[in-house]
Design a protein around this ligand. Structure first.
Ligand SMILES: Cc1cc2nc3c(=O)[nH]c(=O)nc-3n(C[C@H](O)[C@H](O)[C@H](O)COP(=O)(O)O)c2cc1C
Length: 317
């Protein structure tokens, strides 16, 4: 199996990726949070910090940047820039369900416009000479949209098709649509990577038993919940806390202030707390505090006192 770390905007930036690789590893690739590829022909300072070579040179597994946009020329410009920085593949985001993105016809919103999407893919694939993969949902409003979308996808030489079997309007609220995934899989011409609700290596093995042709899986929230998911032998309290404390220091250095660093850590804790048994009381206190010292004392208490689960539970769902 190939294990891919999912792109998560606001969570899996370069500070997180570098420390995750150093402390735990187990990911065969990391997908970078989306870059907005529009008509501006620039990367924002924040985007540049994430993709620049100095912040990624210690990563010894492939890093795949992701582009979000519907302007083909903007995407081509960004992909060529990334290629010149040394990136060997780019991924197109056709799955983001956020209302501000879909309202502009981007992300999952693009799936509601198959003709425009086809023209966009045609322009992008014709112009680029580096591998391009696609991360998609099954549709914007209903899973039947995937029939027409797949006919389009099947006409392009994609490096892979990463399928998150929900539709845009599901957000993350309902379970994944396994039946629709099972129906679509035999008709996918590209190599398929499955993404959605996997919480452990056992879940990945079960998926592979159900779909033996699927040998690539992408995990997001489950991996944030348990950073040692891909290397269970490294799951010790000491290592988890050392990773956590370094992450906090990394964010302090990146943001230049404790408050923003703590806010970023709270995004991580939203998932990570579910690796511990009985964390509800401390999680509530963590959410409420705006004081960095209290934050550190609460996280220390979690690492010291709460029993570690063998696998995180998806308690946020
Ligand atoms: C906070 C957050 C940020 C995300 N950012 C991105 C992103 O930048 N690009 C993307 O393709 N998907 C993004 N996703 C979706 C994840 O990559 C993934 O598809 C989703 O979480 C389902 O996989 P999981 O069940 O393993 O978490 C994001 C999800 C979350 C929860």
């Amino acid at each position: 199996m190939n294990y891919y770390f999912a792109p998560m905007e606001g969570v899996t930036g370069y500070v997180y990726r570098n420390l995750h690789r150093r402390y735990f590893g187990g990911a065969d690739r990391y997908y970078l949070p989306f870059l907005a590829a529009g008509q501006s022909r620039t990367f924002s300072p924040k985007e540049w910090q994430d993709i620049c070579p100095e912040h990624n040179r210690d990563m010894d597994v492939p890093l795949i940047p992701q582009l979000l946009g519907k302007d083909a020329e903007g995407v081509i410009w960004a992909a060529k820039q990334l290629q010149s920085l040394g990136y060997r593949e780019v991924n197109l985001n056709l799955g983001c369900p956020s209302g501000t993105v879909t309202a502009k016809g981007k992300g999952a919103g693009f799936l509601a416009h198959p003709q425009e999407l086809d023209a966009f893919l045609d322009t992008v694939f014709s112009a680029l000479d580096l591998p391009v993969s696609v991360k998609t949902r099954l549709g914007m409003k209903n899973e039947e949209e995937f029939d027409a979308l797949l006919e389009i996808y099947n006409t392009y030489p994609m490096a892979e098709l990463i399928v998150h079997p929900r539709v845009g309007k599901d957000f993350y609220r309902r379970g994944v649509r396994f039946d629709a995934f099972a129906r679509a899989l035999p008709r996918c011409r590209s190599t398929v990577c499955y993404n959605g609700d996997l919480m452990s290596l056992e879940d990945c093995a079960a998926l592979n038993r159900a779909f033996p042709q699927v040998e690539r899986v992408m995990l997001g929230r489950g991996w944030i919940a348990d950073p040692a998911l891909g290397a269970p032998e490294k799951r010790t309290r000491e290592r988890l806390q050392a990773f956590h404390d370094d992450l906090y220091q990394g964010y302090r250095a990146m943001f230049g202030n404790d408050r923003n660093a703590m806010m970023r850590m709270k995004e991580v804790w939203f998932y990570h707390i579910h690796l511990f048994e009985g964390g509800a009381r401390l999680a509530k206190q963590l959410r409420r505090t705006s004081d960095a010292e209290t934050f550190l004392s609460l996280t220390g208490e979690i690492f010291r006192t709460l029993p570690l689960r063998e696998h995180a539970l998806p308690g946020w769902a």
